[in-house]
Design a protein around this ligand. Structure first.
Ligand code: AVJ
Ligand code: FE
Length: 369
């Protein structure tokens, strides 16, 4: 990856912000402040957190400036403030919030003009623009969190009518055979990646099979009807034996050809067993990724716990990855329709609790060869 020039970075930061503000454009301040779910932040918190993260890294840390609002940052700390508490915090709201976003950005650009972001920069945060890439990724990942919440807002309609429109993958249930052997897993040392994707290392895999396309709504419906399993989040019976999707207050019939979304890891695992298959490990997924079609609409649950790769080093802060390592979280791979394309790469590791369904999570099936 060629590191971006300062002009290119400034333009990409502006583009990310335009996207964030466009997502929220149809909403009023009351909707931004409202708590819709104990497992999701009010949108005003996400927005303030995006600006505060920018201030913390690009203005305070890199630019050695004092914060604009004193101790405010502690209310935007994701670890200190669990999601269910965020509606009550003394965070910025309404006009003050929008002013803060703009003021931070002004200072960010001022600092950007001063710093050395070349390959020989002394500060590893700045070297090849790492911290700017991290900022972009952070804002874009919060766009997806915001879209999770926006599914719960009755009558929400994105400004971009293409956002959220799914494609039916090519029909058929073709399975690909992947040879056993050594596979390189993770991100190379150069270029932006999160600490949890490093170091690059090799893994020995036994031969396996993996479906070319993710599990469809048709298959999931059959699983629900046969086993009495819970339907995915946002599915309701239409009264005539079919199902409708109820996100954003809609009642559209489900499209059987679309990939299923909003299922938990437990449900994904149960469906795999019902189908006589299993979930792929995250390493199998990564090894197969050049051959997978129909990715980028639903995150794909894997059988893997979110663990450190051998030789892992936390960078630039342990609260991004390290504090989540262990057997509590399962890894998802790929990306969903709500994931901005710049965030997606074969080595990217997403994770969540196995009972969670508010994320845009789907299923791909694998089997031993
Ligand atoms: C990688 C999606 C699990 O939302 O907790 C955002 C991304 N980290 N801000 C999360 C993240 C810090 C993270 N996930
Ligand atoms: Fe964050």
């Amino acid at each position: 990856m060629t590191p971006s020039s300062k002009e290119a970075i400034a333009e990409r930061l502006a583009e990310a912000r335009r996207f964030t503000l466009e997502l929220l454009q149809p909403l009023d301040d009351e909707q931004l402040n409202r708590v819709y779910s104990p497992i999701l932040s009010p949108l005003a918190w996400d927005l303030g957190h995006i600006a505060n993260f920018e201030e913390l890294w690009l203005v305070q840390t890199v630019g050695e400036r004092e914060p604009l609002h004193g101790e405010l940052g502690r209310f935007y700390d994701a670890i200190e403030n669990p999601r269910k508490t965020r509606g009550e915090l003394p965070i910025l709201r309404d006009t003050e919030l929008r002013t803060y976003l703009a003021d931070v950005r002004e200072r960010t650009l001022e600092v950007l003009a001063e710093v050395d972001i070349g390959p020989a920069a002394e500060n590893p945060l700045l070297r090849e623009g790492f911290v700017y890439e991290m900022l972009l990724a952070h804002e874009q990942q919060h766009n997806e969190t915001m879209l999770q919440l926006l599914q719960m807002v009755d009558g929400y309609e994105p400004v971009d009518p293409e956002l959220g429109v799914l494609r039916a993958p090519e029909p058929g249930s073709e399975t690909i055979s992947i040879a056993g052997g050594e596979y390189e897993i993770g991100a190379p040392a150069r270029g932006f990646a999160y600490d949890n994707e490093r170091p690059l290392h090799s893994i020995e895999l036994a031969p396996f099979q993996i479906d070319r396309t993710p599990v469809s709504n048709a298959t999931y419906t059959q699983f629900v009807e046969e086993t009495g399993a819970e339907p995915p989040l946002y599915w309701e019976r239409d009264g005539g034996g079919g199902w409708v999707l109820t996100n954003m207050g809609d009642r559209d019939p489900i499209n059987p050809a679309h990939p299923v979304l909003h299922v938990s890891w437990h449900e994904a695992d149960a469906l795999a067993r019902w189908a006589g298959k299993r979930l792929p490990s995250e390493f199998e997924w990564e090894a197969a990724s050049p051959q997978l079609e129909g990715t980028g609409q639903a995150w794909e649950w894997t059988s893997s716990d979110f663990l450190a790769y051998p030789g892992f080093e936390a960078f630039p802060y342990p609260e991004y990855s390290q504090v989540f390592f262990g057997d509590a979280h399962k890894v998802l791979r790929g990306g969903s329709w709500a994931t901005r394309r710049a965030v997606m790469r074969p080595s990217f590791r997403n994770w969540d609790l196995p009972e969670r369904r508010q994320i845009f999570s789907g299923i791909r099936l694998a089997a031993d060869a």
